[in-house]
Design a protein around this ligand. Structure first.
Ligand code: ZN
Ligand code: ZN
Length: 327
């Protein structure tokens, strides 16, 4: 097998030939057919997340076909197409796991961060944390659903049922979740970097009711806002844009510092919350709904060996939508 390996934080990934891994008990071996590139991969490469495993193969939006089952795997078959997301394994015994909050598990493993992920031709996954994908839908356009879609879905759920939804940062997650929100009958107010014409046009194309710069106020007060951009300075702006009792959801795993702001922005029962990881139920619920919603995913595809280019293009904002690696 081949993989793009991060050997040192902050360094480029290296194209590496490795022996084919063997699935252990409860694991599956997956031939990767597509793997999305997520902003979290950039945070991992840049060393912005605590305690990464290094060397590591990044990648946690994996679509592949099972080619070998470890012992004790039930309900999956060789040849079946599966999705492997960020949540790689949980302990099943901590207080969070026992209360259906496995996204907050005390002893989790995350694919592409603390266990090897999908920037590779082959990967090993815990069978309990892989989602059967069926045969409908194209491999490369399914991949971004596994993190951008899933984290967006969880964020949307936590944002509540309000009609007017603000979205700060219109990349992979936002363009998926704007379609879900519209399907649910909501209005999406998209905020981009001020004067970012290309992203504003993209946000309009994906069903936004209103599009503007993050320094602007929306034409109507928002019921809730989701911040996808890793920019702490957006927090006070989003709090200002939501109405009394409104909620601001921070969807990213890493954000620059939040500047201090007057208490009046939080007053009147506005809420500021974050979303961490996913539960398997999030994945099952979202992937079951996705075909009905008819989500269109805008992808820019790169050969696996060009993973560094994909990461740099994501950092520089050189494409709209989601980057996907294909072997
Ligand atoms: Zn991700
Ligand atoms: Zn746990």
């Amino acid at each position: 097998m081949h993989a793009m390996v991060l050997n040192k934080l902050g360094a480029a990934l290296e194209w590496t030939e490795l022996p084919d891994p063997e699935p252990g008990p409860g694991e599956i071996r997956v031939r990767v057919v597509a793997c999305g590139v997520c902003r979290t991969d950039l945070h991992i490469v840049d060393g912005e997340l605590p305690d990464p495993k290094v060397p590591i193969v990044p990648g946690h939006e994996i679509v592949g076909r099972i080619d070998k089952l470890g012992s004790g795997v039930d309900g999956l078959t060789v040849g079946e197409r599966v999705g492997v997301p960020w949540l790689g394994r949980t302990c099943d015994c901590c207080s969070y796991c026992k209360q259906n909050q496995e996204n907050l598990c005390d002893h989790p493993l995350f694919n592409g961060y603390t266990r090897n992920g999908g920037f590779a031709t082959t990967t090993i996954a815990d069978a309990r944390f892989a989602f059967p994908l069926g045969e409908s839908g194209d491999d490369a356009t399914l991949a971004p659903l596994l993190c951008a879609g899933l984290i967006g879905w969880r964020s949307l759920r936590i944002a509540g049922k309000g009609k007017n939804l603000g979205v700060y940062g219109f990349g992979a997650a936002a363009h998926i979740i704007a379609q879900v929100a519209k399907w649910q009958g909501r209005s999406v107010f998209a905020f981009t970097r001020p004067a970012d014409q290309a992203t504003q046009a993209f946000a309009r194309r994906f069903g936004s009711t209103w599009v503007g710069g993050s320094d602007e106020m929306p034409p109507e007060p928002l019921d809730a806002a989701i911040i996808f951009a890793p920019v702490g300075a957006l927090v006070p702006l989003a709090l200002k844009a939501v109405k009394k009792g409104g909620r601001v959801v921070c969807a990213g795993i890493h954000m620059s510092d939040i500047p201090s702001f007057p208490y009046s922005l939080l007053w009147e029962e506005r809420q500021l919350v974050s979303v961490a990881n996913l539960t398997r139920k999030d994945g099952i619920d979202f992937l079951r709904q996705a075909p009905d919603i008819g989500i269109i995913v805008e992808t820019t595809q790169y050969p696996l060996i060009k993973a560094n280019q994909a990461l740099e293009d994501l950092r520089a904002g050189h494409f709209e939508g989601a980057a996907v690696l294909v072997p």
